[in-house]
Design a protein around this ligand. Structure first.
Ligand SMILES: NC(=O)c1ccc[n+]([C@@H]2O[C@H](COP(=O)([O-])OP(=O)(O)OC[C@H]3O[C@@H](n4cnc5c(N)ncnc54)[C@H](OP(=O)(O)O)[C@@H]3O)[C@@H](O)[C@H]2O)c1
Length: 190
């Protein structure tokens, strides 16, 4: 079974996208404790052409040469006054509130879909504003220091690729891609 290329939503969405272990670990020591190029490709397919919103620590977790993420308005939140004027922030739209960042994103190119891309602190605050979550589950129990948000009862499981079992990456890592939504969100996996 192949990975879905993307999703087509029939209304504007504010989504979260992350990859986690079986126990909800999303990060360790400022990075991700796995190598999964197939998931990076999936992340690119879903988010390209749309604004992405992230915390300052996630931005700093990207090597210089990979930021800003191309073909996406990169919006970074920080509470540090003046950080936006530092070389570290080059290429980012910097704001000091998540709510403002989500509004700015909706008025950015491709803002009919906004993607919140982490990390742990930002997902935890963003989930109340979001109606879609695209979650890659990696079949590992590796330890870490950053957790995925617990999705509350207003979120419903809306499907997975593959429907049963796991995809197998070239390096042997098993993973599956799940989709969660709130309310009446309609979509097709392409
Ligand atoms: N597995 C995945 O899919 C995935 C995705 C993304 C990230 N990650 C991992 O997650 C980890 C980073 O997550 P994290 O929780 O440590 O940090 P984070 O959420 O990326 O960033 C936290 C920072 O964002 C700023 N911030 C947070 N809420 C804010 C608000 N309401 N208003 C203004 N600024 C706000 C603060 O920056 P200042 O301190 O500058 O004020 C805060 O320290 C890394 O290990 C990364 O690799 C994993």
């Amino acid at each position: 079974m192949s990975t879905p290329k993307s999703y087509r939503f029939s209304q504007p969405i504010v989504g979260m996208i992350w990859a986690q272990t079986n126990t909800g670990v999303i990060g360790a020591d400022g990075g991700m404790p796995w190598q999964l190029p197939e998931d990076m490709a999936h992340f690119k397919r879903v988010t390209e052409g749309h604004p992405v919103v992230m915390g300052r620590r996630t931005w700093e977790s990207f090597p210089d040469k990979f930021r800003p993420l191309p073909n996406r308005t990169n919006i970074v939140v920080t509470r540090q006054e003046g950080w936006g004027a530092t070389p570290e922030a080059s290429g980012a739209v910097v704001l000091d509130s998540l709510e403002e960042a989500l509004v700015e994103a909706q008025f950015s190119p491709g803002g009919n879909e906004v993607w919140v891309i982490g990390g742990g602190q930002v997902y935890a605050q963003a989930q109340e504003h979001c109606n879609v979550a695209v979650v890659t589950v990696i079949n590992t129990d590796v330890a870490g220091d950053t957790q995925a948000p617990g999705l509350g009862p207003d979120w419903a499981f809306r499907g997975a690729t593959p429907a049963e079992g796991w995809l197998r990456a070239k390096n042997g890592t098993e993973y599956r891609i799940t989709l969660w939504a709130k309310g009446e969100t309609e979509f097709e996996a392409e």
